[in-house]
Design a protein around this ligand. Structure first.
Ligand code: ADP
Ligand code: MG
Length: 277
């Protein structure tokens, strides 16, 4: 777009279009087993590009397992057997011949407990992400990318004068935003977040929520949260997971966040979003 006369300049068409990197993720009939125990039953869910999808539901209903399956992380932690498909922009991340490292680069993850490399400096933490993402650049260009990632994660202004301090020296909320910066440095098309604010105080939580709102134009976000206010604030759509009486986890209802909170179809959804269990 050309600059608006007398107004703010429009987006520069020459900018690298981060927005076009956001990918659409789709789970098709994903079931999972730990040993003989089935923990997910035919979960199908579209997670559209440039939207925030919230996964909600009580503990133990398979949200974290599902999230890990979305970027093949579960292959690291052991033994879930799997059926179904996970498509990133239409191509199955589990296809034979597709490398697991490729899925993990395209689909980043942020965990409940912030896990920066504690002894590495802030700068080195983000550099580690750039390296994992295969970014080859000179030193100055890398410094600029580090700044960009920290800015996108909402942390730059707070840390620009202490980039050489260890990651472990930051507050919990800052560590979590450092982890977001490191994840962004890999240049993911989707960012998975498993209860990213559960270990944070309310102020840090709001900072992370602001960051999510800013990021969603450029990276698709899937967030697990137990905080219904947070789900209502940050998400475009919600999927409600439930594992009733020994049955495997499944999606009871899924839809636009407004509908899920304002006029859910299933009485169990209404009970859950209103804090009745
Ligand atoms: P949520 O994130 O919704 O709390 P999880 O995905 O962590 O649920 O767990 C779903 C079910 O799978 C639970 O019953 C849990 O005990 C089981 N589970 C999770 N991880 C493992 C594992 N590594 N080995 C065996 N069972 C597991
Ligand atoms: Mg979990």
């Amino acid at each position: 777009l050309p600059p608006v006369p007398g107004g703010k300049p429009g987006p520069d068409p020459a900018e690298p279009a981060a927005a076009t990197r956001a990918g659409a993720l789709e789970a098709e009939a994903v079931s999972a087993w730990f040993g003989d125990r089935k923990v997910l039953d035919r979960v199908s869910l579209a997670m559209p590009a440039r939207e925030v999808t919230a996964l909600i539901g009580p503990s133990g209903c398979g949200k974290s397992t599902f999230l890990r399956i979305l970027n093949r992380m579960h292959e690291l932690i052991g033994s879930a057997a799997l059926s179904g498909r996970v498509l990133l922009d239409g191509s199955d991340i589990y296809d034979r011949g597709r490398r697991i490292t490729h899925a993990r680069r395209e689909i980043g993850m942020v965990f409940q407990k912030p896990n920066p490399f504690p002894a590495m400096s802030l700068h080195e933490n983000v550099l580690a992400g750039l390296k994992l993402g295969g970014v080859r650049a000179g030193r100055e260009e890398k410094d600029a990318l580090v700044e960009e990632c920290l800015t996108r994660a909402g942390l730059w202004n707070e840390v620009k004068d202490r980039l050489r301090q260890p990651g472990g020296a930051l507050s919990g909320g800052q560590q979590q935003r450092l982890c977001i910066a490191r994840a962004l440095a890999v240049r993911p098309r989707v960012l998975l977040m498993d209860e990213p604010c559960s270990a944070l105080d309310p102020t840090s939580t709001r900072r992370v929520e602001e960051t999510i709102a800013e990021l969603k134009s450029e990276v698709t976000i899937v967030i697990v949260t137990h905080n219904m206010q947070q789900a209502a604030r940050v998400s475009d759509s919600c999927a409600f997971f439930l594992a009733e009486q020994g049955t495997p986890g499944a999606i009871v209802e899924h839809g636009p966040t407004e509908t899920m909170f304002g006029a859910p179809t299933d009485p169990r959804t209404a009970d859950y979003v209103n804090g009745r269990f």
